[in-house]
Design a protein around this ligand. Sequence first.
Ligand SMILES: CC(C)(COP(=O)(O)OP(=O)(O)OC[C@H]1O[C@@H](n2cnc3c(N)ncnc32)[C@H](O)[C@@H]1OP(=O)(O)O)[C@@H](O)C(=O)NCCC(=O)NCCS
Length: 256
Amino acid sequence: MPSEDLKQVSFTELPRVAQVLADAFYEDPVARFVYPDDEGRVAWLTAAFEVQARLGLIYGRVYATDDYGGVAVWLTPSSGRLSLWSFIRAGGLRLLLRSSVDVLNRVRRLPGTAQKLHRQCVSQRHWYLLLLAVKPERQGQGIGTRLLQPVLKTADGDSVPCYLETANERTIAFYERHGFSICSEGDIAGGPHLWGMLRRSESASSAHTATPSTSSGHKARFESEQDRRQMDVLRKDGWPDHLPARSGPGRSRSAS
Ligand SMILES: CC(C)(COP(=O)(O)OP(=O)(O)OC[C@H]1O[C@@H](n2cnc3c(N)ncnc32)[C@H](O)[C@@H]1OP(=O)(O)O)[C@@H](O)C(=O)NCCC(=O)NCCS
């Protein structure tokens, strides 16, 4: 057991996990973009998130609170970049078959942007937070924070970074509090804005003091010589040269 009220879920729990994800992401900009019809969105999202949670079980770890108040889906550093085969193995084909052409037309625009933002941020081995969700009525009670802890601790112990994408601007401050910084951003074609966020392991995290460089082209500024030295270390460790050490004024627009 990773923590008092957290557990790693099994395949039989996937439907419950998918339900939590669908409820939490109902208002998410990407969910609304892909499935604008309020009526059928929960059902479609439940099917889509069941595939993603299965990906997490096959290639990573899925945590939930004992009462399914929230879930976290991670891909392990050894999972690498997932292929089309990974998606099919997780039941993705069934999902595509039950999706309308319009939905598919929007879904197919997601991976390109997500992969681009991901590549811009990190090339070394890393944990990938695929999904983090807390039921709407349980949000703001510390569940999301607790769900992050097992993997953040492991990542720190192994000196491995963590990466995620979000389309919900409000979550940026939440992730910043847990050591993530914006490392890339961009729009899904005809759809919402996405932010890529990277968290270096604790051993290097005291370098969080530079202003960001984002798509708007600002140059990173360093507040001390120590910051500059730490950035040099990070760059040697795979942190791309053009990326910021932490987020800040570079956020360019609201994701609603
Ligand atoms: C983001 C989320 C996982 C945080 O979990 P949580 O248990 O609510 O968070 P905690 O109680 O540990 O921390 C509270 C902080 O979470 C963030 N938060 C709370 N509700 C949120 C919401 N509906 N949307 C976005 N962020 C939220 C805020 O930063 C909040 O701090 P604040 O009260 O000072 O503003 C959860 O709110 C959620 O599932 N949101 C909807 C789905 C989502 O956006 N997931 C993340 C995208 S990858």
